[in-house]
Design a protein around this ligand. Structure first.
Ligand SMILES: Nc1nc2c(ncn2[C@@H]2O[C@H](COP(=O)(O)OP(=O)(O)OP(=O)(O)O)[C@@H](O)[C@H]2O)c(=O)[nH]1
Ligand SMILES: [Mg+2]
Length: 436
């Protein structure tokens, strides 16, 4: 396989950038790039990376001798200063010694092909990176840790063992003996129970759906942008005392209490002859239908604005927020929550309300994060065991009973990737980012 490299950190100015290189022969190129070979594999050292005899950067270098590496191949990582110019020159240096740019998921694909990861573990790598809540991270990491694969292997072995017993029944009947091992059906039943308990602990990533969002709406100047900024913790949207300041939709991601979602600021709603402002109001109205939660921000009890939005708000979660509490006396209010974007008062309550509204949709019984592909294979596999059981109970064709167990086992082989077609591999690894 060719020697490939990739930037593993984002291509943006940052403290450090990390490059990965993998492929047989890559360690031999280290002296050409860094002047000296690495001191010892698996240990960090500092070297000058050069290009055309000029020093590009003083970098950290760590090398790994295959198979003791992520990909299973000889590989190394370079930790440079995180400037865009440095990144570009490091790439030039790699090209100068014949390294090629890696495609998406190339490193994990090589790890899979070199038996460092099973196919489901490779998928879990992406799930860990994609996780946006603590619960998701724990579930995806548990799937990656090997515990999940171990359980799949355990079940595979049990299916194999039961299939051997069914095959033995076939051999017995060939010899004219009519004898059914009664324990066999019971053992198949027990396996189905064990299998179903295991699958019930698997959370299908698909159920997380797309990221949830909440849109701020309200009359001009009620403080939507101020509340939006305070929730984010920084000045993302422009704030001014001029009514009609916000025109475009402004979207940002927030992460609270183990939960992440998008919040969207929008233009204040009013009748206006200003063409641009009016367009902004149309954007806001259109966006309401896409949002999961609508946050109405008001500075007084006049909610007449909502009269024109009744149809749009049907079926939506609507949270009414009274803002600018610092300007009024504390009185009983019919709003869901009262805040002051100026002082921060009431924001703990608003955050709690949002967390409760978006909620965590992963149930507490879940142990592993899986994908639709896995669930389909589990279902097929369990169905086949049940069909096999059905054959045995009804004194049906034993050959079919054995064949069904073979199919059941094959589903688990597909899951861990014992033999996977290039199409399946393409579907899985093409979704990775470069450098992973
Ligand atoms: N005293 C006080 N003033 C606030 C508060 N929140 C916002 N303001 C002020 O109210 C004015 C309008 O705030 P914005 O956040 O721009 O209001 P908006 O609803 O986004 O306005 P548009 O984008 O024009 O619709 C600004 O002068 C803010 O400083 C608050 O809690 N207390
Ligand atoms: Mg605004």
């Amino acid at each position: 396989m060719s020697i490939v490299y990739a930037l593993a950190t984002p291509p943006a100015k940052s403290a450090i950038c990390v490059f990965r290189v993998s492929g047989e022969g890559c360690l031999d190129k280290i002296p050409a790039l860094f002047g000296l070979p690495p001191k010892e594999h698996g240990f960090f050292c500092v070297r000058d990376l050069t290009l055309n005899m000029s020093i590009v950067d003083n970098v950290g270098l760590i090398s790994f001798k295959g198979p003791k590496s992520y990909t299973g191949e000889d590989s190394f990582e370079v930790y440079g200063h995180g400037g865009l110019g440095v990144m570009s020159l490091i790439m030039d240096a790699f090209h100068s010694v014949g390294f090629e740019e890696a495609g998406p998921g190339e490193f994990t694909k090589r790890a899979y092909l070199n038996n460092k990861l099973t196919l489901n573990e490779s998928e879990s790598v992406l799930d860990v990176i994609d996780s946006s809540s603590k619960k998701e991270v724990f579930l995806a990491s548990q799937s990656l840790s090997g515990a999940f694969t171990k359980k799949v292997h355990e079940i595979s072995k049990k299916i194999d063992f039961l299939r051997v017993r069914v095959e033995a029944e076939i051999d017995f009947s060939d010899e004219g003996e009519v004898f059914l091992d009664q324990g066999l059906v019971k053992d198949l039943e027990d396996l189905v129970v064990e299998y179903e308990v295991f699958v019930s602990g698997c959370f299908n990533k698909k159920e997380l759906g797309t990221k949830k969002s909440a849109i701020f709406i309200g009359p001009p100047n009620s403080g939507k942008s101020s509340v939006f900024n305070r929730l984010l913790g920084f000045e993302r949207a422009l704030v001014s005392e001029v009514a009609g300041t916000t025109r475009d939709l402004i979207e940002s991601e927030v992460f609270y209490n183990d939960l992440s979602f998008s919040i969207i600021d929008s233009a204040g709603m009013r009748d206006t002859s200003d063409e641009i402002e009016s367009k902004g109001i149309d954007f806001a109205i259109d966006k309401i239908s896409e949002a999961d939660v609508v946050l109405g921000v008001f500075e007084n009890d006049d909610l007449s604005l909502l009269d024109g939005l009744v149809d749009l708000l049907k079926g939506k979660v609507f949270i009414s927020i009274l803002n600018k509490t610092d300007l009024r006396q504390k009185t009983e209010s019919s709003f869901d929550c009262s805040v002051s974007a100026k002082t921060g008062e009431g924001f703990d309550g608003l955050k709690k309300l949002l967390t409760k509204t978006f909620g965590e949709n992963i149930d507490d019984q879940s142990l592993y994060m899986v994908r639709d592909r896995h669930i389909k294979l589990f279902k097929h596999s369990i169905e086949s065991i049940k069909k096999s059981m059905g054959c045995l109970v009804s004194n049906g064709d034993m050959e079919i009973a054995a064949e069904e167990l073979k199919i059941s086992r094959a589903c688990l082989d597909d899951l861990v990737g014992v033999k996977s077609s290039d199409d399946v591999l393409g579907d899985i690894f093409d979704n990775f980012c470069i450098g992973k």
